[in-house]
Design a protein around this ligand. Sequence first.
Ligand SMILES: *[C@@H]1O[C@H](CO)[C@@H](O)[C@H](O)[C@H]1NC(C)=O
Ligand SMILES: *[C@@H]1O[C@H](CO)[C@@H](O)[C@H](O)[C@H]1NC(C)=O
Ligand SMILES: *[C@@H]1O[C@H](CO)[C@@H](O)[C@H](O)[C@H]1NC(C)=O
Ligand SMILES: [Zn+2]
Length: 340
Amino acid sequence: MFIAWLLLFKSLIAFILVNASVVGLEWTQYHNLDEIYEWLSELETKFSPLVTVYTIGYSYENRPIKAIKISSQPGNQAIFMESNIHAIEWISSAASTCFVDKLLHSDDKNLQDLLLRYDWFLVPVMNPDGFTYTHEINRWWRKNRKPTGFSNETGPCYGTDLNRNFNYEWKKSGFPISDPCDHWYHGSGPDTEPEVLALQNFINQFEDDYIRLYLAMHAYGNFVLLPYGHTSDIFPPNYDQMMRIAQGFADAAIKSYNTTFQCGASGLLNYSGYVSGDAKDWIYAVKNVPFAATIELRDNGRYGFLLPADQIVEVCTELTDGMVGLIKAAEMERVLTPKV
Ligand SMILES: *[C@@H]1O[C@H](CO)[C@@H](O)[C@H](O)[C@H]1NC(C)=O
Ligand SMILES: *[C@@H]1O[C@H](CO)[C@@H](O)[C@H](O)[C@H]1NC(C)=O
Ligand SMILES: *[C@@H]1O[C@H](CO)[C@@H](O)[C@H](O)[C@H]1NC(C)=O
Ligand SMILES: [Zn+2]
């Protein structure tokens, strides 16, 4: 009798646990586009009207590019994040979605304040075609999937590096961005790719000064990279201020796992060479957003792009700690002004 009751009780607990885990994403594995989009719509249902999901445009292969907005009160300034513009960098969307989930569910006072005081935007997968391609065909794909119009002896060449296609100092420097068959191809002109235009159109709707921080999530190397990417000679007007804010991220992100983030202009650090036409430089220089950075998450090259899924939760913790530090520093610099 007791045994039977125990078995029933055990299966009841198992049933509850299994069904609890069906709701939402889990950050113990990497998810595909459908799973991430399903999570977005669950959040919208659960947190309406706090959370809104937008389709900001469509990819070349006609997949929606979705954004989530979280706004607790009118009059907030905005913080904008974007991830997986590079298809191969799975940790970027895994960590950014995990961070947003924490923001919505945390009982930590710091995070609750951030949720209340700022409007948050995340485009979890900027490059849905490339991302789907990495899940289904080639894990090493980086670009989008639009044919370049060029071919070599292996056949037609596909894809533009979306983070080289933005119209600021486009094509200025960086090797081998002019090769239409290479991983870093900048496109046939600036702003030629539908994914880039979708992001720009979405951002162009907002009034000036609404978006104050822009974070482009990437991997790997553990860097906070600042404008500009195309040069090591010219620095942005408020470079020193951006450095102090970036250092706020690094000083906080080291706390849990002793992970060191190096901060500096991407042109100066010259991480994988110069970069022209990337999102952060466009946002900073064309849209006048006062702090824009590319955050390169783990690791330092041991696993590189193939970071094991059992590190997602730790990277999410680093990112969350880092964001709290970054926002504190941005408030001290008066780049951000909380409403309450
Ligand atoms: C031809 O293009 C493909 C990508 O489309 C690339 O993998 C290959 O290395 C290129 N071949 C040469 C000789 O450049
Ligand atoms: C933290 O990392 C640094 C090098 O990055 C190392 O010298 C130091 O021993 C590490 N500290 C701990 C507690 O692991
Ligand atoms: C940056 O990297 C590029 C390509 O790797 C190289 O040509 C250039 O000299 C480097 N610049 C500096 C300042 O190290
Ligand atoms: Zn990247």
